[in-house]
Structures are given as C-alpha cells and as structure tokens.
Write a protein that binds this ligand. Structure first.
Ligand code: 6LW
Length: 504
C-alpha cells in the first residue's frame, strides 16, 4: 500500500503533513532524522526518519514518559515548543522548551533516535524558547535562543557560563526574531532565524560571521524565504532548518500552512513540514520554491514502510502517532482490558476539559475520513475533530443514543441526535470534504460531516458543519486538528479506528 501522502517519484509538499511545526533535522550517514513541536499532547516531540528527505516515517517520540514530560498545567498551544535535534560525539541531542508551569528548557539524549531517550537535564539559566545547540571547533557548545540571545553551555549538565548576549536582532522592522540555528559551512558560521511571527508575515533570514559568537553580517537579500503578501498556496513559511545531503546538495525543512476557502483563508491542519532546495550564490543560500509538487531530488526515492490505514489495537503498545492530552495514565487507557480493543475510562471530563481521556491522530489531509467501531454500553464517548477545548465537533454514542455536539468558543450545542435502535455498538464516522459549490469569498475551507455507518456500509450524516470554526485562524494558538476517540463518561471500548484520505 503506497504511503498515505507521497505520489511515487515526485516530491509532494508538505513532506510531513498535519500538525508538525518547527521542524529540526539532522543527518547521520545516509539517514535523516527530524523532530517537531507537540504542545499539549502526550507523548511529545514526534521523531521521524527518512533516507531521501521526501518520505518520512515516525519512529517514536522523544518525550514518552511522564518523568520526561509534565504537561498538567500546560494551556492549549502551550507545552512543548520548537526542538533542535543534533548528532554530536556519537549521540543524538535534543533540546526543547516545555512552556508550562514548572517547565523550561530541557535536554534529552539517545544513541538510537527511536528511543529510549534519557531523562531530562534541565537548563534553568537558558532563557526563553527555541533553543539551538551547536559545537565549535574546540568542542565548546553554544546555546542560542529566540530574541537571538546566546550563551556558552554544557548540555550534559544544563550549566550555562556567562550572561546571555544578543547576537542579532534580525532584519529591519521585522518582529519576533526566533528559531535560531547555527551552522559552520565553508569559511563562515551561518545564523539562520525566523522573523515576522508565525502567521502570514513569517519569513526566514540569515547572517554570517567568523565565529559562532559573531559578529554577524546579514544577508543582503534577506528574507531568503517568505511568502508574505503573495497568493502562494503555502503561507506562513518560516521556522526553518538546513541540512546537507550526501551528494553535497543543501535542503531546507520549514513550516508552512495551506489555507483553504475564501477570504482570508483558514488553515485547519496546523503548521506542516515542507521541504525546499537550497543553492549557494556568493556564499549566501538561495531557497528554491516551496512548491506543492516538484521534481524529486536527484537520488533514488526510498519510501519507508507504508502507513496502515487501520489500527485494530491488537498490540499492547499504541502506535507512536497516537497522541493524548497532557498525559496517558494506564488506568484510563488500556488495550489489555478487552484484548483487541482500546478501552478508554473517563475521568469526568468532556472535550471541553483539558484532561479529557482522548486518543487521537493528527489530521493530515484536506479531505479525509475517520471511522471507529465503538461499544458505549457502559459509558459515553465517541469520535471527535479537535482543535482545542473551545473548538471541537464530535459524534458521541451512549447506551441510548448517538448525538452530534459542536463547541465553538463559548457556544456548545447538541446539533443532532437519534436513538440507538441496535445495541450500543456502532460505527461512528467523520468525513472532511470540500464545501459544496458554488464557492465564493465567504466559503469556508471544508465541511465536517459526522454520522454513523449503517450495517450495509452506507454513511448516514447526522450533521454537516462548517469547518472554518475548527481552524487556527478562528481558534488562535499554534496547533491544528487532531481526530480521535474519547470517553466523557464511564468506560467506552473501541474495536478499531481507521483513517484515510478522500479524493478531493
Ligand atoms: C515556536 C516559535 C514560534 O517556538 O511559535 O511563532 C512557537 N513562532 O518559533 C511554537 O510553534
């Protein structure tokens, strides 16, 4: 079965679709590894592997133990921001910020990026967010953070030396210089940053100097990448990282969004990971187009293992692509209580609550379908499309009925309901499709249909809702849609879950 999102032989962007922002990439031999932000979701920091920069397979999550990742006080779009992933001295190093009470900057290391990763080393003196790690020719480590501040650092202990000093404040007039990454390339040290804010004004700029500590001269053609002020189908391009391929070519991974609908355009999949080619002119990088489809790089494409569309929960460990909210205690998530089923035991919260028992996967396609067979005889729960606690649509089953609930901001309503004529074991289905024609400036990005699958396989929609209200432009924050199963009351069992793209 071909990978869900890469047509054979071509480079289709995004290379990692769905909520995979702030990508950081490194290469060891012929293997590339990439990490992304994960915010309030547990486990945190998804890790990907590729052998061709085009096909990526999730191999785990760096923070998959409660002692590594405490998110109980993380607000939605708080939690885990912007990792940097590097390989040095035979180990993988990952530094990341936990933006929650009692959080801060932390480092974990591993010899195998698939894990296990170490317990965190905290770096209380490293300020702010977007920490980068680089080692100079003497083996001295420098940590550089948003604002563009830098301090000498020991990542083994989290100890800093001296006071953080400002390296560069970015291009003239651009706000929010952040996402710094330093590289030794040829005769120079290069300092890559994002600026303009992660919305439509986002861009990438670069400077170079004789040492990792500068002084830095800005590239005369900054920003070297931005789509601000254009009608390019990929917007918000920024927060980039550079990597050199074994053939000497250079590539950039970056975040971008694909707004849909009329004006102003709404993105629903979050900020996704894109790939762009980079060439060098007069010692400065020139970024090629961040196109939705492009000729593949000049080496054989090496797809990883195909991603299964269905999860039968027939193994004890949930796949690494499953994410829950803030934690995943065994007493509330079990694949052992009813073998071959995922059992979710509610802890008193609906999807309006930050600790609702929820197991979801990132929505990765603009048109897609998710289905699950649920046994709600002993509880209340179902299938949800979630952006955050104030923005979600769900179809919920209980012993007596199935109902569709919509939460948008302060409004929450039961949009439709129907009694369950059969026993409370039913296939719930969510379909995300293009809005019906005609389309005009007021048209939303998509429609979300929620319903049940009849015994003969036909889909009966109980409600079809405007998808713009589950977009980041409406909800705010830094995340995108996650589609998953939840339990709001009692115990709810799920026999299988499948997700597949639909033809647009
Ligand atoms: C990330 C920072 C940013 O740390 O958003 O808007 C934060 N820019 O670079 C979360 O993605």
């Amino acid at each position: 079965m071909p990978p869900l999102h890469q047509p054979d032989g071509r480079l289709a962007n995004p290379v990692i679709p769905g909520l995979h922002p702030d990508p950081s990439v490194c290469r060891v031999g012929g293997d590339y590894y990439l990490a992304c932000s994960s915010f309030e979701y547990f486990p945190g920091v998804p890790l990907f592997h590729s052998r061709d920069l085009v096909h990526w397979t999730q191999i785990g999550n760096a923070l998959d133990r409660p002692e590594q990742l405490r998110l109980s006080d993380a607000w939605s779009s708080g939690g885990i921001y912007a990792p940097t992933l590097r390989h040095h001295d035979g180990r993988f190093w990952l530094i990341v910020t936990n933006c929650s009470k009692g959080g801060g900057n932390l480092i974990v290391t591993a010899t195998d990026p698939a894990g296990p990763w170490s317990d965190p080393v905290w770096a209380p003196e490293v300020p702010g967010i977007d920490p980068d790690l680089v080692w100079d020719e003497d083996g001295t480590c420098w940590c550089t953070v948003a604002g563009i501040l830098q301090v000498r650092f020991d990542p083994s202990t989290g100890q800093t030396y001296g006071t953080p000093h400002r390296l560069w404040s970015g291009g003239p007039g651009a706000k929010a210089p952040e996402a710094p990454h330093l590289y030794r390339i040829g005769d120079y040290w290069y300092l890559l940053i994002a600026e303009g804010g992660t919305e439509r004004g986002h861009g990438v700029s670069i400077a170079r100097g004789p040492a990792p500590t500068g002084p830095f001269e800005p590239c005369p053609t900054n920003p070297i990448l931005t789509h601000r002020g254009t009608d390019h189908p990929v917007q918000n391009t920024g927060h980039a990282d550079l990597v050199q391929a074994p053939d000497g070519s250079w590539w950039m991974v970056l975040l971008g969004v694909r707004p849909g609908g009329g004006t102003p355009g709404w993105h629903v999949l979050g900020r996704e990971t894109f790939l762009a080619p980079v060439t060098w002119v007069d010692g400065w990088p020139v970024v090629g187009e961040v196109s939705l489809e492009a000729p593949a790089p000049g080496w054989p494409l090496l797809p990883g293992p195909a991603e299964e569309r269905r999860d039968d929960f027939d193994v004890h460990e949930l796949r690494p692509s499953w994410i829950s909210l803030r934690d995943r205690p065994a007493e509330h998530y079990s694949t052992k209580e009813r073998p071959g089923w995922l059992t979710l035991r509610a802890r008193g919260g609906s999807l309006d609550e930050p600790d609702v028992v929820f197991a979801g996967r990132r929505q990765q396609h603009l048109s897609c379908q998710a289905r699950t067979l649920v046994d709600a005889a002993a509880g209340r729960g179902g299938l949800a499309v979630r952006l955050d606690e104030q923005h979600h649509y769900e179809i919920e089953a209980s012993a007596r009925e199935v109902r569709v609930i919509a939460r948008v901001g302060s409004l929450s309503t039961v949009v439709a309901s129907q009694p369950l004529s059969t026993d409370p074991v039913v296939v719930l289905c969510v379909r995300v499709t293009e809005p019906p024609a005609p389309h005009d400036a007021r048209t939303g990005p998509d429609v979300v249909s929620l319903g049940v699958e009849e015994p003969d396989g036909t889909f009966t929609a109980l409600a079809t809702l405007d998808g713009r209200y589950l977009s980041t432009e409406v909800a705010g924050g830094f995340t995108g849609r996650v589609i998953g199963m939840y339990a709001a009351e009692g115990t709810v069992h799920f026999d299988w879950f499948d997700y597949e793209p639909l033809a647009p």
